[in-house]
Design a protein around this ligand. Structure first.
Ligand SMILES: Cc1ncc(COP(=O)(O)O)c(C=O)c1O
Ligand SMILES: Nc1ccccc1C(=O)C[C@H](N)C(=O)O
Length: 431
């Protein structure tokens, strides 16, 4: 696609954008002067869909008027409420509806998945993760290894970028799995890396991992609602994602989980069980013998928080209205492509983009580092970030040195992207 460096071009792109009107379905934060913020932080907390608010209000009203009968009454009774999300989740990650479930939160689900899929033996006890995985993933893996009586120093296999580089090279990952595969019990990597925005080749990793006898799971926190995936066809064993980033379902909202159907009938899998994972037809007989549902729902523990599920349902309906993940991705490639074009043509000597430029290896997010000049100090990046915030841009700063910005196809416009680059230019000039 050919991009041009002008506000007129951005406005023309917005006029031609079939998804432009979806922005009106969201609450957009305002600056003090009443203008819309340039909100580029959907990689951390997505904005509120109006339908999410409407559906939460609706369940509050049901509760007020029906009390306990709300479990069984109306179009969206609470008992099976999580099932209303299955189709939307399945479309987003490329799964069958019975392979996905909304439950718990992301780190909790990583633990529950490791209970089932990390089964270390004396010879095969390692978990392969990135050296700079999101800290919660690192802690979860480390604690699982210790829980099984192994030593993280021996059993945590950490892949990192080469010295002086920011991204993990495919060939390095492949070489490591080839070399160490027989001792790896579980490969657990991100779909999209939180710091750099790098997309991992989930299909190739799964194929190679399986060829070596490893289980393969992904943390899709930054991938769900961002890129197109086919977890079922790729034979991924499990995946977990939160719903508050690109899935716009509100802070701390209930997470999603995928378990491949290959595992649904495996009676030998260890599992931490709860009553919501038990066969629905006999759940209320209150018997002691656990009979797992033959779907991802078997991993549920508790009856889920319906108010949170209602917000997710509102978000998934908004995504459906936008045409689903393929339509979002199509716009995302243009939006982020436009941002990359403006940055590389307008201020190439002043910032570095860590995120890979190839479409296959990048999503909405761009991770930027501000270059130092001779008289500068290492805090320059942080100062530039603060100046952006003061001028009405919301992105985020991650230590040690990156500004993350994610133009999100659901509610960001090409004009937002243009405004951001103008403000960034100014901030860099003045700091
Ligand atoms: C990659 C990744 N893993 C784990 C988490 C932690 O998620 P939660 O607090 O929902 O468990 C996040 C986000 O906070 C994340 O981005
Ligand atoms: N849940 C949060 C609460 C407060 C501040 C940040 C978060 C994030 O989700 C951070 C995000 N996971 C990240 O990629 O940095």
């Amino acid at each position: 696609m050919q991009f041009e460096n002008s506000l007129e071009f951005a406005e023309k792109m917005d006029q031609q954008d079939p998804l432009a009107a979806i922005r009106n379905d969201f609450a957009i934060p305002k600056m003090d002067n009443g203008d819309d913020e340039v909100y580029l932080c959907g990689n951390s907390l997505g904005l509120q869909p109006k339908l999410a608010a409407e559906y939460v209000q609706r369940e509050l009203a049901q509760w007020a008027s029906l009390g306990v009968k709300g479990h069984f009454s109306g179009d969206f009774p609470w008992m099976p409420y999580h099932e209303f999300l299955s189709e939307g989740f399945a479309d987003l990650v490329g799964a069958k509806t019975e392979e996905v479930v909304a439950m718990n939160t992301l780190t909790a689900n990583l633990h529950f998945m490791m209970v089932s899929f990390y089964r270390p033996t004396e010879t095969r006890h390692k978990i392969l993760i990135e050296e700079h995985a999101f800290p919660s993933d690192h802690y979860a893996v480390e604690s699982q290894i210790k829980f099984h009586g192994f030593d993280p120093k021996e059993s945590m296999l950490l892949i990192k970028p080469r010295a002086g580089e920011d991204l993990i090279r495919n060939e390095d990952l492949i070489e490591l799995i080839e070399k160490e595969g027989e001792s790896i019990a579980l490969i657990m990597l991100p779909g999209v890396q939180y710091y750099t925005g790098q997309v991992f080749d989930m299909q190739a990793i799964t194929q190679l991992g399986h060829a070596k006898g490893c289980k393969v799971g992904f943390d899709l926190a930054h991938a769900a609602g961002n890129i197109v995936m086919n977890l079922h066809d790729w034979q991924v064993d499990f995946a977990c994602w939160c719903t508050y980033k690109y899935l716009n379902s509100g802070p701390g909202s209930v997470a999603g989980c995928f378990v491949h159907e290959n595992h649904h009938k495996d009676e030998d899998l260890p599992r931490f069980a709860g009553w919501w994972g038990h066969d629905k037809s006999t759940r209320f007989k209150m018997e002691n013998t656990f009979k797992p549902i033959h779907s991802a729902e078997a991993w549920q523990l508790s009856n889920p928080p319906v108010l949170s599920l209602a917000a997710i349902r509102g978000s998934l309906d908004t995504i459906k209205k936008a045409g689903g993940i393929n339509a979002l991705r199509e716009k995302s490639l243009k939006l982020t492509g436009f941002m990359r074009h403006l940055l590389t043509t307008q201020i190439p000597e002043r910032i570095t983009i860590l995120t890979p430029s190839e479409e296959k290896y990048s999503g909405s997010q761009l991770s930027l580092t501000v270059r130092l000049n001779e008289k500068d100090d290492p805090e320059r990046g942080k100062r530039v970030f603060t100046a952006l915030e003061d001028a009405g841009v919301t992105g985020d700063w991650r230590y040690p040195n990156v500004i993350r910005v994610a133009p999100v196809p659901q509610y960001n416009s090409f004009k937002d992207v243009y405004r951001f680059v103008e403000i960034l230019k100014n901030a860099i000039d003045n700091h």
